[in-house]
Design a binder for this molecule. Structure first.
Ligand SMILES: [Zn+2]
Length: 84
């Protein structure tokens, strides 16, 4: 069989685990950055920094998750054997 015939799908539990795990990272970063009092310009700069950092961490998390096989099934037939 050629590689182009293989199909991959991610389970719902994998998607949920990815979303929840990264939300924990975002909440932690936001809490740390906004823990002190600040003026609106400073708050904006912190928000910009938080969003930029979260964007970077999102990318890194996606690349890390690409190396994790949990919930990822590779199959070649019509249906995934592991989900039946
Ligand atoms: Zn499956």
């Amino acid at each position: 069989m050629s590689k182009s015939e293989l199909k991959v799908h991610e389970t719902k539990s994998r998607s949920i685990l990815k979303a929840v795990s990264f939300r924990i990272v975002e909440i932690t970063v936001t809490t740390l950055l906004f823990a002190t009092q600040m003026d609106s310009w400073t708050a904006f700069l912190f928000a910009l920094a938080a969003e930029s950092l979260c964007l970077t961490l999102t990318y890194i998390a996606e690349r890390v998750w690409n190396r994790i096989s949990y919930g990822r099934h590779v199959y070649s037939g019509k249906n995934c054997e592991q989900c039946q």
